[in-house]
Design a protein around this ligand. Sequence first.
Ligand SMILES: Nc1nc2c(ncn2[C@@H]2O[C@H](COP(=O)(O)OP(=O)(O)O)[C@@H](O)[C@H]2O)c(=O)[nH]1
Ligand SMILES: [Mg+2]
Length: 380
Amino acid sequence: MATTTSYLGFANLPNQVQRKFAKKGFEFNLMVVGESGLGKTTLINSLFGTNINSNRKIPTTQELLDRTLSIETTSLDIEERGVRLKLTVVDTPGYGDALNCSDNYDPILQYIDEQHRKYLTNESGLNRRQIRDTRVHCCFFFISPINYGLKPADVRFLKLLQHKVNIVPLIAKSDFLTPNETSTLKKRILEEIKQHQIDIYTIPDCDPDDDIEYKEHVRQLQNSMPFAVSSSVDIIEVNGERIRGREYPWGIVRTECDDHSDYVKLRSMLVSQMQDLHEVTHDLHYENYRSLHLANSGGDMSPMTRRFNTSDVRDNVSILSGMTMDETEKDRLLLEKEAEIRRMQQELAKIQDQIRLQSLQQNDLTTTVAANGATNGHSK
Ligand SMILES: Nc1nc2c(ncn2[C@@H]2O[C@H](COP(=O)(O)OP(=O)(O)O)[C@@H](O)[C@H]2O)c(=O)[nH]1
Ligand SMILES: [Mg+2]
C-alpha cells in the first residue's frame, strides 16, 4: 500500500462535486488495458505518483511462450481537503504479450467478473454494511496511435468488455501525432465505435444549477473523447521551471499542457466523474452481472449457488467448440447465448406479470363474492 498526496486535484473541483465526495469516503478502482508498450504503466505512475513495475523482472523466452496475463493491483490512500479516497489501480500487462500472438483477454474479463461475484456474495451475506468494493469502476482502453483506427483485436475485446465495465477509450502516445492527425483519428475511432455498436462510457450533462464554468468544463471533456494522451514520469527543468514532460532532440512535449496532450483533461474527467462512474458500475454493469446470475440460479441468491456469468458462457462455448474454433466464432456464440438469456429473462418476467394479474383478478373475485354474500345476508 502506498500513500500519496495531492495528485488528483479535488481542491480544484467545484463545491458541489466536493460535497458529493465528502459525504462518504470513497473507494475507486481503475483498470488499464491495451496492447503491450502503449504506455499504460507510465500513465498510471504519472497520474498517481506510484512506481508500479519498478522491480519487474525480465521474463525468459520460455516464460514469454507460456505467458498468461498476470494482473497487478496497487492501492493508494489519497487525502485532499479532508476528503479521503482509496484508489486501487489494476494494471494489466497487455494482450498480444504472448509470443504465440493469441488474444488472451480471459484473465482480464475474469478479473472483472470475479469482483462482481465477490460483491454479490457479500451483498447477500450478513455483513452488508462493510462491503469492500473491489469492482472495476473505470477501464482506460489504450488504442495505438499508429493505426488508422481500431484494430480487429480492439473491436473484439471492446465487445467483450462493454457490458461489464465503463470503458474510457484513450489514444496512446499522442506525441506521435500532429494536431490534425489526432482529430482525424479521434473522429475515426468514434465512428468505428458507433458502427460496431460498442457502448463506451459517456460523460453525463451537468445539472441545470451547476456553475456556468463547470458546465463549460464538462462540455470540453465530453468533446475530448477519446482522450489523446501523452504521459511521462520524468520531471524536466525548462527555464528554471520544473515540468512533467518528454524530452526529444527537437524539443519537449509538455504532458500537462492542453496543447500537447489531453492528460490534464483525462485526470480531471476521472475526478469529476468518479461519482457517476461509481453509479453506472453499480446500476448497469453490476446489475447485468446480477441478472445473469439470477437467471441461472432461478432467483436463489444464496452465496453457495453456482456462479453464472458471461465468462461461464464463454467457458461452455470453448468446451463445445474445442481448440480449433476462432475468436470471431466464439464471440458470435457468446452473443447468441447472451441474447438467449435475455429472452429467457423476458419470458420469466411475462409469466410473473401474468401470475400477478391472475392473483389480483382472484382477489377481486373473492371480494366481489364476499360483498355479494354480505348484501344477500342483509336482504334476508
Ligand atoms: N512517445 C511516448 N512514449 C511513451 C509514452 N508513454 C510511455 N512511453 C514509453 O513507452 C514505453 C512503454 O511504456 P509502458 O508504460 O511500460 O507501456 P505498457 O506496456 O503499456 O505498460 C516506455 O519506454 C515508455 O517510456 C508517451 O506518451 N509517448
Ligand atoms: Mg505495463
